[in-house]
Design a protein around this ligand. Structure first.
Ligand code: PEP
Length: 252
């Protein structure tokens, strides 16, 4: 079996002014222990260039943006394209986060286009999927996530799919303090991997990194990451404190 990349990615969301972002980045670097895991900082746009220059000599520390526009350039006031992100040193772009879906109306058809734009620039998408509470309560979470994954990703070639990191983030666990149990996370991750296996084959499915996101903390990261199909985490609130974030990185 291919050894999958293990990743802990922070999602700062709309937090941190310029100086706070610089200080947080430096504090994360100061607390980083040697690790095989890749660590990613997902920052607001204003930090990207500066964080890129602060982390440039640290081989397992990478930079992510939290969104991009699907078009290359043009009259889209207030938007930022994939090539612009690339020019700032960005290597990953978080796409399809539940907050983008909820507050900005993003659907998987649009997210698929953004994924193409990011891949077209040689960057790697971190594609977020996951069900809301009512779907979980009705027991339909597997169907819902299958629909999301198929619509957003299954137009990709096998080669391109292998550049995608998937983040399963049950919406009911994001920023709520409620975490999926390790068994719930494992079950959904195995389901996502089986969808990929059916479409692309076992070798590709085994190579895809699938992160869990939703109230991951230093206290629960170890048991979540210990699951065979959980390859790390996408971390919101706990990525804003270097000590917590680094403790999560040390949880493999
Ligand atoms: C997120 O923003 O992707 C997230 C998982 O947030 P939190 O860790 O705060 O639940």
């Amino acid at each position: 079996m291919t050894k999958r990349k293990q990743i802990v990615a922070g999602n700062w969301k709309m937090n941190m002014d310029y100086e706070q972002g610089r200080d947080l980045t430096k504090a994360v670097i100061d607390g980083l222990q040697p690790s095989d895991a890749l660590v990613i900082l997902g920052t607001p746009f204003i930090h990207l260039r500066n964080v890129a220059s602060i982390i440039k000599d640290i081989s397992n520390l990478k930079l992510a943006a939290q969104n991009c526009h699907q078009e290359e350039s043009g009259a889209y006031t207030g938007e930022v394209s994939a090539s612009m992100l690339k020019s700032c040193g960005v290597e990953y772009v978080i796409l399809g986060h539940s907050e983008r879906r909820e507050y900005f109306g993003e659907k998987d058809e649009l997210i698929a286009k953004k994924i193409d734009a990011v891949l077209g620039q040689g960057m790697e998408p971190i594609y977020c999927c996951g069900e809301k509470l009512d779907v979980r309560e009705s027991g339909k979470q597997n169907e819902l996530v299958a629909e999301q994954v198929k619509t957003a990703l299954f137009h990709l070639s096998a080669e391109d799919l292998q550049k995608v990191v998937i983040a399963y983030e049950p919406v009911w666990a994001i920023g709520t303090g409620k975490t999926a149990s390790p068994a719930q996370a494992q079950e959904m991750h195995a389901h996502i991997r089986s969808l990929i296996r059916d479409q692309y084959g076992a070798e590709i499915a085994d190579s895809i990194t699938i992160l869990y996101g939703g109230s991951v903390k230093p206290g629960n990261a170890k048991e979540l990451f210990a699951n065979p199909d959980v390859d790390g985490g996408l971390i919101g609130g706990a990525s804003l404190k270097a000590a917590d974030f680094n403790a999560i990185v040390d949880s493999f």
